[in-house]
Design a binder for this molecule. Structure first.
Ligand code: SAM
Ligand code: SF4
Length: 339
């Protein structure tokens, strides 16, 4: 375990619009044990292993962000828990908690590996996880994930719950697929004491379907939810892009993440580091710097210089185009970039 903490504070990362970057989303692998229809093709071409950062490199890059004031790191992927050395990275970061600007390590996962990892994550100081679950209907779940089975995912969620992790469910809203299952999913989540966020699909990476056939606006979902529940507006935020309502009937929260229909960029504090060390200043933008090359060829000072340069790339707002022709849409997948 890399316990050497090189995180003496330096100048914070502030973009040209004055937004301070305090939240790093880190994709640790593009690989996954599922093949969700909206995320990847049935037969994806994964990146060569040599292109993927080692856990030592990931730790060094995290340190660079921590020195510049990042307080929250979300580990994601691909499926972060299929990476064999994942706990080495989590344990390294765990040593930085409270000893630096780092206040929180969290994780986004499909839950399949949680029976094996939930207790270890808690011991490493992880308190909150996001779990992706789009439907409670077994057949729809199997079709959407292509190789998942609902019981395995639910066992993972149970293990995380038993271990004491606070769970938020993320569900992508898909036209004609899970749209009619969302009220039941919300009721189940609230019954278990979980928040749930609904997500609009984004045109990232290659999939086998047309994005316009998959996309469902959350304004439509929200209208329909109003037929089942009383939606009470709330200004509550959890540090991400979700805008929440509370349901009077369940007392629970539903978040809406609306990258396509409503822009939430004004107070964005996030950047994304891909599993190959490319730093994207915006999920929906092409502006990036290559931190892997900086780290491998120039070391710590070169990484710092690239971080400063990257601040100029953060766009005011993202711009996704659902009808973009293949080859013109954002070609990197969510699994590569980190959702
Ligand atoms: N494998 C983990 C999981 O599924 O939670 C972490 C990575 S996954 C890429 C992170 C999140 O991105 C998931 O909630 C998933 O539903 C979402 N996602 C994947 N592709 C998406 C897309 N094209 N548009 C919107 N959300 C997407
Ligand atoms: Fe895997 Fe997550 Fe993508 Fe589904 S959404 S294929 S679980 S990375």
């Amino acid at each position: 375990m890399d316990r050497s903490i090189q995180t003496q504070a330096c100048a914070p990362l502030v973009d040209t619009l004055g937004r301070q970057i305090t939240y790093l989303r880190l994709s640790v692998t593009d690989r996954c044990d599922l093949r969700c229809t909206y995320c990847m093709k049935a037969r994806p071409r994964f990146l060569p292993k040599a292109d993927i950062l080692t856990h030592e490199e990931l730790t060094q890059l995290c340190d660079a962000f921590i020195r510049r004031g990042v307080s929250k790191i979300r580990i994601t992927g691909g499926e972060p828990l299929v990476r064999r050395d994942i706990m080495q990275l989590v344990d390294n970061l765990s040593c930085r908690l409270g000893m630096s600007s780092l206040q929180e390590i969290c994780l986004t996962t499909n839950a399949t590996q949680l029976p094996r990892y939930a207790d270890k994550l808690v011991r490493a100081g992880v308190r909150r996880i996001n779990v992706s679950l789009d439907t409670l209907d077994e057949r729809t779940f199997a079709r959407l994930t292509r190789r998942g089975d609902l019981a395995t995912t639910l066992r993972g969620i149970d293990a995380a719950d038993r271990a004491g992790l606070k769970i938020k469910i993320n569900a992508v809203a898909l036209k004609g697929d899970n749209e009619h299952h969302l009220p039941d999913l919300i009721a189940w989540a609230h019954g278990r004491g979980f928040d749930i966020s609904l997500i609009e699909i984004m045109p990232m990476g290659e999939v086998d379907a047309k994005r316009t056939d998959q996309f469902l606006s959350l304004s439509t979902v929200r209208e329909r939810l109003g037929e089942h529940y009383t939606l009470v507006e709330t200004a509550e935020r959890t540090g991400g892009p979700s805008r929440y309502v509370r349901l009077a009937e369940t007392g629970g929260r539903v978040g809406f993440i609306t990258p396509m229909s409503e822009n939430f960029c004004g107070d964005c504090n996030r950047v994304r580091l891909t599993c190959t060390g490319q730093l994207y200043m915006c999920l929906g933008g092409a502006g990036k710097v290559d931190l892997r090359q900086a780290l491998r060829e120039g070391g710590r000072e070169a990484v710092d210089a690239q971080l400063d340069e990257a601040m100029a790339f953060k766009p005011e707002a993202h711009a996704f185009d659902l009808s973009a022709r293949p080859g013109t849409a954002i070609s990197r997948s969510m699994a590569h970039t980190g959702g």
